[in-house]
Design a protein around this ligand. Sequence first.
Ligand code: ATP
Ligand code: LTN
Length: 333
Amino acid sequence: MSDKKRILSGIQPSGAMTIGNYLGALKNWVELQKTDEYECYYMLADLHTITVRQEAKDIRKNAMDLLALFIASGIDPEKSPIFFQSHVPAHVQLSWVLNCNTYMGELSRMTQYKDKSRKHADNINAGLFTYPVLMAADILLYQADLVPVGQDQKQHLEITRDIAQRFNNTYSETFKVPEAYIPKVGARVMSLQNPAQKMSKSDTNENGYILMLDSPDAVMRKIKRAVTDSGSEVKRGEGKEGIENLMSIYGAVTGKTMEEIENEFDGKGYGVFKPAVAEAVIEALRPIQEKYNDLMSNKDYLEKIYRSGAEIANLTARKTISKVYRKVGFIQP
Ligand code: ATP
Ligand code: LTN
């Protein structure tokens, strides 16, 4: 086993992937993998997906699309195992043990749970409530040091750390206590239709998000329609959340700072700015979409990737779960 630090992260195949997922998470995964300083595990969190009602055929389609997008975006499956959460039984096994070491009170404070309960008032199921425990299991199984995620997952990382520390105190040192890794730009991409709300793949208004697989026309149209203020200056500030969101998207894809963007568009107005943002996004997506199309015509290759990913993930995860079972007192099989 290498003594490199570990990374684990995941995205749910709960819809088509947005540029929010890319800028907040996947882009960093690729960069962290390139440093060669980490051993990285990248997971498609399909078990998490059924916490809200889903059609089976949609999960199947979204899961394969997402797998291809991981690779098309630059994750090298030769270096980093890519696997489906449901292919590694230890996730569910550990989540049971952790459920018995997590309090109702701490789970009730999770903002994602509150948001999703509001959105899915007719289906507030137990899985939605214990979602963060399964996520803690995902991370702790791999003894991850670092978890690259968007801003919205910070609270889930905090509860993961609490659960790990509590378990370690009760049963002796077992888990690495992980750190969140949140990008400086792009950590919280907002909806194009409502800049007070995060861009989300499960939004009912498709003009609110840009998908990784949106056509250039769709990207241009959605950005031109993005909600802004009645002014015309490309600047940050009170009441300018819509423009600020477009500026941070532009910054995240071009590498430019907010100051540089303000200078670039000084005196130019939204009519110049919006198409420039759209062009930059289109150019960033183009190579990813090309690679995605190639990969989707090679299903055998994709299948090989997730199979060998699961094999490696299972090896690592089994070590942790057998240690945990032993520590809590279960007789070894
Ligand atoms: P859902 O709408 O089904 O809850 P989601 O779009 O919020 O899904 P997840 O699969 O829950 O996406 O998140 C995957 C990763 O993308 C996480 O690291 C999350 O923090 C990040 N992420 C999601 N939305 C955004 C966003 N708008 N801006 C930045 N990062 C984001
Ligand atoms: N809950 C995450 C997706 C996710 C995840 C993980 C992220 C599931 N398991 C483990 C990092 C590590 C979300 O983004 N909604």
